[in-house]
Ligand binder design. Sequence first.
Ligand code: ZN
Length: 441
Amino acid sequence: MEVLVKEPEFVVTQDEERRILRRTSILVKDGIIEEIGDVRGPVDEVIDAHGLIAIPGLINTHSHVPMTLLRGVADDMDLFPWLREKIWPMESHLRPDHIKAGTELGVLEAVRTGTTTLFDMYFFEDTVAEVMSRLGMRGVLGEAIIDFGTPECRGGDECLSLADGFVRRWRGHPLIEPGYGPHAPYTVSPERMKEVAERAREFGAVIQIHLAETEREVREIEKEHGIGPIELAHASGVLGDRTVAAHVVWPSGREIALLRETSTLVSHNPVSNLKLASGIAPVPDMVGSDVRVSLGTDGPASNNALDMFETMKITALIHKAAKEDPKVMPAQTVLDMATRIPGDFLSPRWRIGRICRGYRGDLILLDVRLPWWTPLHSVVSHLVYSARSTDVRYVLIDGEIILKDGRFMRGKEERILKGAERASLDLLERSGVESLLKGVD
Ligand SMILES: [Zn+2]
């Protein structure tokens, strides 16, 4: 299968020199970017990219995709009551058919907003993997491990062996990278984290974990263990160049050094951190210390979207305000965090995050014939400060056209939306949470 992206207005390559090419065609063949330049000869499919720009597909490094079903059911609450009174009781009623409906909705949303790789940590990851691979989404998936159990397993031991099975089943799949999702140091004991780290090393699998999300978590872990959550994760062998640490809002200086030394990938989730008032992560300090920092949305219950364009803009803005310095977090740095940095993390398994010869055909095309793109003085600045996720017209993943001129190619949108609506209402009913629309005519 060959796809020719014919003469987009610009190609934002995100290569070593961050070259931006004007009216240069891209040939994707059998999933790989084969040629960038003047392509001649017949091809299977031509995308007329006049009025569009091409950029690498965005990589969302932290989410709980099926939580699309919980979108908007509990907003404006503190984190711990939010988890204990709303999220956890509802999650306890989750079944695979809910996960299926929620993942379909999440993938549809991610594709329409320009994401080509979704990291996910949740329950029933077999179902998540099945849906993502069927809909053409690239997924880095961590089966959740929690000491007191999940909707899928009764305790840490069972969760761990479930995760082992998940990793064994999906290893080597062209679109799925299966791994482990130990929830956090306050829900997974150091002994269990050690076991997870050993298994993950054995399989070369990715670990996804929440670390230092709130100040309270840090205080409680310090009280119990005498060290912070990131140090504790390190002492348990969890940090490393195959590990994603989500949030990292409250790291100590020593912990920032540990993240750098171990080449751990941090996933910065500014929208979730702002919405749950967790704080503002010291991202400029981490970036300045050569920590690998990428971007994520977190689950749609705490965001409430899976929108990486919004995430890029907010990342650029909050750190400027927090540091009272507009030079902090320039647009190019932020675009790197959503493309090349997580792309490099996944190399050599997949070469993604750049439009370069030999890289996988994961790229998106945005319409720039719009008022908020005009005049087009700086493509990278516009991508971060002006672009809207709804400007995305085409999405290619592994060389397949998944979104074609705004149309989702892997399923009927209306069926996905209706299915998710039904699954969400069913979940509300099962968990005894009153419909929020009660009293609304
Ligand atoms: Zn999370």
